[in-house]
Ligand binder design. Structure first.
Ligand SMILES: NC(=O)NCCC[C@H](N)C(=O)O
Length: 291
């Protein structure tokens, strides 16, 4: 059985790439990295450990990247620097200049784990993994905003069309501006193959229509919690279909999901996720999800 290949958002996650925050996060200048007043490095590291326990308890094998003090404090958000397919990994190119060194870290980890690299983006292409979402195993959608662009979508099509994968790009709005992090997955979290948690107001209309055409149930999270959580209530990660992790403190969002039969478990994430603009989906890069 192959030990890599993820072309699904919610099939049982059995292997995942993660990086535990350490010296780089401790030394990060919050103003430089656009972390906010919730930021507290020691608390964030403790919250990360609690998150890891939930992931590990599911039986998922974690492939670790180490924070050796390289200064790449956002590298704990492993979702963003590479994309795993059944044909191998694609090393991406980051829209946030401070994160430019991350794809090579992933490349080295994949080499060590025996996972082939199918290709890498180059030149003006920009794609961050948080802007990508598998609508089905043959269709990858990309949100094009400040982190991902049209040239990135073009290069992904060049790499992935021969693998039977079509890549569709949709424009994202300005929202919090160039320095902030708005990914496609900041406004859509698949919870099961055909059930997504959404913040509709920020979803490209054409993508919203495509999801409806596909028969996907769109669960609307409470507007007030989106604002209170700085958008992190929307960042919900399935360990398997309908079995999800999110940060705590947002009971309205949890309740709407539970009403749709979704199991939700929480961890404290103010100093880690709300502070650094990334939730459980961003902290994990699934290497293998299989039905
Ligand atoms: N997939 C994600 O939404 N990742 C979150 C990345 C947050 C990080 N501080 C960044 O600005 O890139």
């Amino acid at each position: 059985m192959s030990r890599y290949g993820c072309q699904s958002m919610a099939a049982p996650m059995t292997r995942v790439l993660m990086r535990r925050p350490g010296e780089s996060l401790r030394r990060a200048d919050p103003a430089e990295w656009h972390y906010n007043d919730y930021f507290d490095a020691e608390k964030a590291i403790a919250q990360y450990d609690a998150f890891v326990e939930l992931v590990a308890a599911s039986g998922t094998e974690i492939v670790w990247l180490e924070d050796t003090g390289d200064g790449l404090s956002d590298a704990m958000f492993t979702r963003d620097a590479s994309l795993i397919t059944r044909a191998g990994a694609v090393l991406l190119r980051m829209g946030k200049p401070l994160r430019a060194g991350e794809p090579e870290l992933h490349g080295r980890a994949y080499e060590a784990a025996g996972i082939p690299v199918l290709g890498r983006l180059s030149g003006d292409a920009r794609i961050e993994g948080g802007d990508t979402l598998w609508l089905d195993e043959h269709t990858l959608v990309v949100g094009m905003g400040f982190r991902s662009n049209r040239e990135g979508v073009r290069q992904l099509n060049e790499l992935l069309n021969p693998q039977g994968i079509e890549v569709l790009g949709f424009d994202l709005p300005v929202w919090g501006g160039e320095a902030a992090c708005l990914h496609l997955m900041s406004v859509i979290s698949p919870l099961a193959e055909d059930v997504y948690l959404v913040h509709s107001r920020l979803i490209p209309a054409a993508l919203w229509s495509l999801m409806k055409e596909r028969g996907i149930t769109l669960i609307e999270a409470p507007e007030a919690e989106f604002h209170d959580s700085l958008g992190l209530n929307l960042n919900v990660m399935p360990l398997s279909p309908g079995d999800c992790l999110m940060i705590d403190g947002f009971p309205g969002t949890r309740t709407v999901m539970e009403r749709h039969g979704i199991r939700v478990r929480t961890f404290a994430g103010d100093a880690l996720c709300m502070a650094c603009e990334g939730g459980p989906t961003c902290l994990t890069n699934p290497i293998l999800r299989e039905a």
